[in-house]
Every structure is written in structure tokens, then in C-alpha cells.
Design a protein around this ligand. Sequence first.
Ligand code: C5P
Length: 212
Amino acid sequence: MIIAIDGPAASGKGTLGKRLAAHYHFRHLDTGVIYRAVAKALIDAGADPSDEARAVAAAHELDPEKFGHPALKTRAIGEAASVVSAFPGVREALLTFQRQFAAEPPGAVLDGRDIGTVICPNADVKIFVVADPVVRARRRTLEARSRGEDVDEAVVLADILKRDERDRNRPVAPLRAAADAHVLDNSNLDIEAGLMAAIAIVEAMKVARLHK
Ligand code: C5P
């Protein structure tokens, strides 16, 4: 089974993806880290994230062993990731890795922006997570502060809105809900309640499949 979770920045899809995967004993891939890793490789090499040729080269040389690096989570890397991810060559280079990950048994949960629309259009379950931008900024600020980052909530909000705008309006694989996605608004849900809502969606899809 493949579960595709998409949604805007800081909507809680990463946490939900991880918890949902643990619940079903599936593997989990936060695809945002892949684009963040490309961005970090460029920044570490002193290159500009808007340098398309270098971004595509970095995407081809990616080392999945480095996806757990804590520096990938910073705001600056998130911003640069949104720039490199708009290049078609970068997305193309990362497609096979994501599809292979999704296809391996016993099942997988992938979260990102284009999982239900481009990477796994035939996913068994698609969830599009949304949340009020103010709530998202609050959560992201608290998360950054817990890592010791000194961040201003208003800046985080502006950043999130800018990233959403760029992700929604790019010509390749823009952020949008697939036609068959279930929208899950977690503005007023804590992590546990969001997980329960997602499990209810998955279980309902399983039942619907049995009756097909
Ligand atoms: O989800 P996260 O905030 O880690 O993603 C960082 C950036 O990577 C996003 O703003 C988006 O531009 C890009 N991204 C993407 N497609 C995905 C996952 C992330 O374009 N599947």
C-alpha cells in the first residue's frame, strides 16, 4: 500500500507521515529532505541555489545517507529548497529514487508537495493536509526554538507564505491537491487527533477497495 501525503509548508504532513507509517509498519520518506539536501549541497559548495546547472548536478549526486542531517531543517535551507525544487531537471533527477522507495514492500508513506499528483498518481490513499498559516507559523517557530534557533514568528509566517506561493505557482509539479485526495484540516487538531483522522481515511479506503 502507498499512502501519499501532500500539503503546504509546516502543515504537519511530516509528523503525520512518520506517525502513520509507524502505525501501519510502513516505511516513511519525507521528500522535503531530498530537496533540502540538494539545496544544502549547493550552499556548502558556495553556489547560489538559483544556479540551475549546479542544482541539477547536485540532485544527480545526492547521497541518501545524508538525509538525516539536522542542518537540513533550518529555515534558510527550506527557502533554498523551494528555489531548487522548481527546476524541472532537479525534479526529474529525484523521481526514480522516490518511486522506487514507494514501490518496495510492505508499503510506504511519502510526504511532500507532488506525491499524489506526480510521484505516485496511483497511490492507494491520498491525503492533502492543510492548516491555517498562523497556526503553521506558530508550530514552526516553536519547533525551531526547541532546536535552539532564534526565530521571529512574523518572519516565519512571511517565509511560509512566500514558499507556498512559489510552490503553488511553479510550472512543474506545483503544490496542489490531487482530484482524489482527502483534505485534512489540522488547524485545530493536535498530533494524536490528526493521526486518528488520517487512520480513519485509510481504513475507509481499505473498506471501499474491498467492495470494488
Ligand atoms: O516539506 P519541506 O518544507 O521540507 O520542503 C522544502 C521545500 O522542498 C518545499 O518548499 C518545496 O519547494 C520542496 N518540495 C517539493 N516537492 C516535494 C517536497 C518538497 O517541491 N515533494
